[in-house]
Design a protein around this ligand. Structure first.
Ligand SMILES: C[S@@+](CC[C@H](N)C(=O)[O-])C[C@H]1O[C@@H](n2cnc3c(N)ncnc32)[C@H](O)[C@@H]1O
Length: 302
């Protein structure tokens, strides 16, 4: 088996009790070789000196939760380790995910939700070692391709009560779940519309810090660019998940990723990083970068 830990990981996410799954990042260094700034780092690393030291006892398991180097993301360290976010709505699961309740030294309780990388490309990118997701507490995020809100709910936890997630989904069926989830999460604005037609929801969405796009469409670079032209601030950022065979099933995944990066560059995006989503998703990559980066002023000739 290419990834010997994969069977364990899959088992951990399907068992009904609380687990602290051992994610060992195995993403191949994704990227556009030779370009500075494209890197792949191991994902499940705590920020040095950022131990939260919350100790929880549930089901007999002792857990310590540490801040991840991505602000708003955590690692539950128990028998096994798991990526998680702090639950904005304690007591509620969204997709039947595991929850971990931990107790502070002062006796107050905090609840975390385990973030399953098999069900979330953003979690897979974090475990693949992405350097920056450009989302943190307080961020304003436009999320394209929200589906029923699995990943949206973790982004909602991550940005917290001072942030906002505008979540666009055009399928009425998935949209129903999304709307139900958003009813309990005041920082999620569900928008049941076609992301190709941002003019239809321009009255609902403010300027955002980052766009996360996971529409899995052949014209997804254009969809991202169109939404960026309406809602992304200059110097803002994008994170796009690319499923190679949705774009061209005849080319190699690497060739598809490279051609998508070229399309993005032609639309005022500056790709900075690319990570593979393996072993969680086959032939997927996540590309991260900036939008309308202001040009550095030229030094005056002396
Ligand atoms: C890969 S799924 C997204 C999964 C989701 N991001 C998650 O992690 O839970 C792609 C979603 O994009 C939606 N989608 C595709 N094209 C769209 C469009 N033009 N406008 C809005 N949603 C779209 C699909 O209906 C589907 O739910």
């Amino acid at each position: 088996m290419a990834f010997p830990h994969l069977r364990t990981l899959m088992a951990l996410f399907t068992l009904p009790t609380i687990f602290f799954a051992g994610f060992v990042p195995r993403g191949r260094p994704g990227g556009i070789r030779g370009k500075p700034g494209f890197k792949c780092k191991p994902g499940l690393r705590g920020k040095p000196g950022s131990r939260v030291k919350l100790t929880g006892m549930k089901g007999g398991n002792k857990v310590v939760v540490e801040a991840h180097r991505h602000e708003g993301v955590f690692i539950a360290k128990g028998k096994e380790d798991a990526l998680c976010t702090r639950n904005l709505v304690p007591g509620e699961a969204v997709y039947n995910e595991k929850r971990i309740s931990v107790q502070n030294e002062d006796g107050t309780k905090v609840e975390y939700r385990v973030w399953n990388p098999f069900r979330s490309k953003l979690a897979a990118a974090i475990l693949g070692g992405v350097d920056n997701i450009w989302m943190k507490p307080g961020s304003k995020v436009l999320y394209l391709g929200a589906a029923s809100g699995t990943t949206v709910s973790h982004v909602s936890d991550l940005v917290g009560p001072t942030g906002v997630v505008y979540a666009v989904e055009f399928s009425p069926r998935s949209g129903r779940d999304l709307v139900n989830m958003a009813a309990k999460r005041t920082n999620v604005i569900p928008i049941i519309e076609d992301a190709r037609l941002p003019a239809r929801y321009r009255m609902l969405v403010g300027m955002v810090d980052v766009i996360f796009s996971d529409v899995a469409q052949p014209d997804q670079a254009r969809i991202l660019a169109l939404n960026a032209s309406y809602f992304l601030k200059s110097g803002g950022h994008f994170v796009i998940s690319i499923k190679a065979n949705c774009i061209d099933s005849t080319a190699t995944a690497e060739a598809v990723f490279a051609s998508e990066v070229k399309k993005l560059q032609a639309e005022q995006f500056k790709p900075m990083e690319q990570v593979t989503l393996e072993p969680f998703e086959r032939d997927h990559a996540c590309v991260v970068g900036a939008y309308r980066v202001p040009k550095k002023p030229k030094l005056a000739a002396s």
